[in-house]
Design a protein around this ligand. Structure first.
Ligand code: ZN
Ligand code: ZN
Ligand code: ZN
Length: 114
């Protein structure tokens, strides 16, 4: 998880990586890239992440924490839904079988256990 930082004073006008316009007031910096505060949004739900924790993927796309988990989570081979940690847990419970991921409950119904 990454937390954002404001950089107040900047010597050269910075360009927003999202919209391409120069930034005259507040700059948000994430992983060495600059954004307007208003452009700093989750690519999935478009929620502004101003002041919120966020994650960045390998293509420098920004996600809110819950969408990041949805996108990055392994998918269940039975129901095709992402396998997410249950409420209050950091570890997701999954069954890995022959290189496929399953929800624990889907595994029992979809696959005949020997
Ligand atoms: Zn912008
Ligand atoms: Zn989001
Ligand atoms: Zn499932």
């Amino acid at each position: 998880m990454t937390f954002w930082q404001y950089s107040g004073v900047h010597p050269a006008p910075e360009v927003c990586i999202s919209c391409g316009h120069s930034i005259k007031d507040m700059v948000v910096q994430a992983h060495g890239k600059s954004y307007h505060t208003s452009c700093f949004r989750c690519v999935i739900c478009r929620q502004s992440l101003e002041g919120l924790p966020f994650n960045v993927d390998t293509d420098s796309r920004i996600y809110c924490v819950s969408d990041y988990h949805k996108v990055q989570a392994p998918r269940c081979a039975a129901c095709q839904m992402p396998i997410l940690p249950s409420e209050g847990c950091t570890e997701s419970i999954r069954v890995v079988s022959f290189g496929r991921n399953y929800h624990a409950e889907c595994y029992g119904s979809d696959v005949n256990l020997v």
